[in-house]
Design a protein around this ligand. Structure first.
Ligand SMILES: O=C(O)c1cccc(C(=O)CC[C@H]2O[C@@H](n3cnc4c(=O)[nH]cnc43)[C@H](O)[C@@H]2O)c1
Length: 245
């Protein structure tokens, strides 16, 4: 059901959603799903270009969540969305991935015995888990695969690094640069988080000319075009934010 809410924003069953992309072409791809050619969205979704990397995205999303809360219209869900590298062969170029786990892959320390995550050093968190049922329903309706999406500050550029990441994170389907930052901001506000990625390139040896950004943006638009019914039947209060280690 579509019902009017304050400030001209329309909400579906009262659910308010903040979608955080990294850059403006990703924002436009998401907005296009709601018929907003100029990027201005009227619907349950607000879409922002929050910047590239975990720090920029965390800062932008935290600001947006705080502003919404101060307006008396807090968000119920935050979605990190955009293009990504896909681990092969599980996540081919043009396919969609929804994160059942959002894990930062390079937050820790190098030791003589290899990489140690910050959690093993006694600090913070490295993983956030989106609501399980929502992940399942989003994956079903968008034909996405569900799996871990890694957040990295450096795009993987070699087969060796891709192999190392998969050895440490066997369930990883994709890597991108913002999910964990978005999830940290959402967690600070007690808001559930999702990450939806369209694969633009394989994770591995750097071949920028082979990136299929247009195909991935089209897949992103199609995916968001299918999300409304899922959110209509979603009760945010049954799904508190879950931070896992
Ligand atoms: O040309 C390069 O080598 C290069 C170096 C740093 C960043 C980029 C981007 O264009 C990344 C921007 C954006 O895209 C997401 N993304 C897409 N594919 C990947 C990937 O294989 N690994 C990590 N991130 C990826 C990311 O979330 C950024 O927002 C290009």
């Amino acid at each position: 059901m579509v019902v009017p809410a304050e400030e001209g924003l329309l909400t579906i069953s009262g659910v308010r959603v903040l979608v955080a992309t990294a850059v403006s072409v990703e924002r436009a791809a998401v907005a296009q799903a709601f018929g907003a050619a100029d990027g201005e969205v009227t619907g349950p979704f607000d879409v922002i270009a929050a910047g590239v990397g975990p720090a920029a995205s965390a800062a932008s999303v935290a600001s947006a969540l705080t502003a919404a809360a101060l307006r008396g219209a807090p968000y119920d869900l935050v979605v990190s969305a955009g293009i990504a590298g896909g681990f092969q062969p599980e996540a081919p170029v043009g396919s969609l991935v929804v994160a059942d786990e959002i894990t930062v892959a390079d937050l820790g320390a190098e030791t003589p015995d290899g990489f140690v995550p910050v959690t093993a050093l006694g600090f913070g968190a490295v993983t956030h888990r989106p609501p399980e049922a929502l992940v399942r329903d989003v994956a079903a309706v968008t034909n996405a695969r569900a799996g871990a999406v890694l957040t990295v500050s450096t795009v993987t550029g070699s087969a060796e690094r891709a192999t190392e990441l998969r050895a440490r994170h066997p369930s990883a389907l994709a890597e991108a640069m913002e999910g964990f930052g978005v999830a940290e901001a959402a967690a600070a506000h007690g808001v559930p988080v999702l990450e939806i990625r369209a694969v633009s390139n394989p994770v591995g040896p750097r071949d920028r000319a082979a990136w299929r950004i247009g195909d991935a943006l089209t897949a992103l638009t199609e995916a968001f075009g299918k999300l409304t019914p899922v959110l209509e039947s979603w009760n945010p209060h049954e799904h508190p934010h879950e931070r896992a280690g």
